[in-house]
Design a protein around this ligand. Structure first.
Ligand code: NAP
Length: 321
């Protein structure tokens, strides 16, 4: 994180809810637990996870006040229940907590696709419980409770996607909870979210998975050469392509239409670039590369990325750079 990011981060202190339940204590769930604890956003934190190993790690790390293998046990009496499980597991997790939810409780989640999650959770949300889905646009390529950290959401966006007619007070509570962890909150429809994220997150991940797969399968270039000369750009794709396979499988299967639309656009643009290269059309290449450089500058200026060379990587004198 750059210094300018740190300067803008002002997580709030003070409880937003009495009892918080986190279902799924992986990278995101454990980061929520850490941040909520650090900034005192809940008076107590209950944690559940399907994985006995993850639950034991959460307990060892002291991430909550109460631990259960049964999501219903953790959700009992909670004011805010956040499902932090893969998108494909949302319906099961929602159904598991539903019978334990008290009237007036808020059911939320952190899933990376919002249309599908809303469709999975709406039918299992009991009357009197407020469904307010959200997506923190923050993460790393690592998974599990050990990978989380309290500042993950600082100066990152959290997109809240309330269903039509959602209770404004419940939406306000979810928004205050995320801004309490240092996130900038924006409200959007699930459809808009899924389209925006298809181009800013899902397509780049698909391209990274594809390019690393292509390089791994190349016969003319050896695998040791790919690794040895990776600093030429390939290495940055491998970071993204190391992201959690379950999470990303679910994202592509659950945001199918928006992703397919973006792949269509991408293929057309790639074909135009191939044509420019074939016909020696340097102006087309130069114009595009100038426009893309300006986009990178805009991301840095908005505080979403460091301006340090090579993403701020530290190199010692013998480093490959
Ligand atoms: P993660 O590190 O893999 O953790 C997910 C945890 O949930 C695992 O311990 C998993 O156990 C458990 N789980 C799965 N199904 C469950 C169920 N039905 N009930 C209770 N626990 C269950 O995943 P993550 O990276 O934190 O991602 C969680 C969610 O956040 C996903 O929806 C993802 O789309 C979203 N998200 C991720 C990122 C990111 O960069 N990672 C960023 C923003 C949003 P098992 O391992 O036994 O299945």
């Amino acid at each position: 994180m750059s210094d300018s990011n740190a300067a803008r981060a002002t997580p709030a202190s003070g409880p937003v809810v009495d009892r918080l339940a986190i279902i799924g204590v992986g990278l995101i769930g454990s980061s929520v637990a850490r941040a909520a604890r650090q900034w005192g956003l809940a008076r107590s934190i209950a944690i559940a996870d399907a994985s006995a190993e993850a639950l034991a790690a959460a307990e060892r790390l002291g991430l909550g006040d109460f631990y259960a293998s049964d999501p219903a046990e953790a959700a009992k009496g909670a004011d805010l229940v956040i499902l932090c499980v893969p998108v494909g597991a949302m319906a099961a997790a929602g159904a598991a907590v539903a019978p334990a939810l008290k009237p007036g409780a808020i059911l939320s989640d952190v899933g990376s696709v919002k249309g599908s999650v809303a469709a999975q959770l709406a039918p299992v949300t009991p009357p009197g419980v407020h469904l307010v889905p959200a997506h923190p646009v923050a993460g790393t390529e690592n998974s599990g409770p050990e990978a989380g950290f309290a500042t993950l959401f600082r100066n990152r966006w959290c997109i809240v996607t309330p269903p039509e007619g959602a209770d404004p007070a419940a939406v306000e509570t979810v928004s205050r909870f995320w801004s309490g962890m240092g996130a900038n909150v924006e409200t959007m429809s699930p459809e808009r979210h899924d389209l925006v994220l298809a181009v800013t997150s899902h397509l780049p991940h698909l391209i990274a998975y594809n390019i690393v797969g292509t390089a791994a399968d190349l016969e003319q270039v050896t695998r040791s050469e790919v690794i040895k000369f990776s600093a030429g750009g390939f290495r940055d794709f491998t970071r993204i392509a190391a992201s959690d396979p379950t999470m990303w499988r679910d994202i592509f299967l659950h945001n199918r239409d928006a992703v397919l639309e973006m792949i269509g656009r991408f293929n057309e643009d790639l074909a135009a670039l191939a044509r420019a290269i074939r016909w020696g059309d340097g102006d087309t290449l130069f114009d595009l590369f100038t426009r893309t450089r300006a986009i990178r500058r805009g991301i840095i200026d908005s505080g979403q990325e460091t301006s340090e060379p090579d993403f701020g990587r530290r190199h010692d004198v013998s480093g490959a750079g």
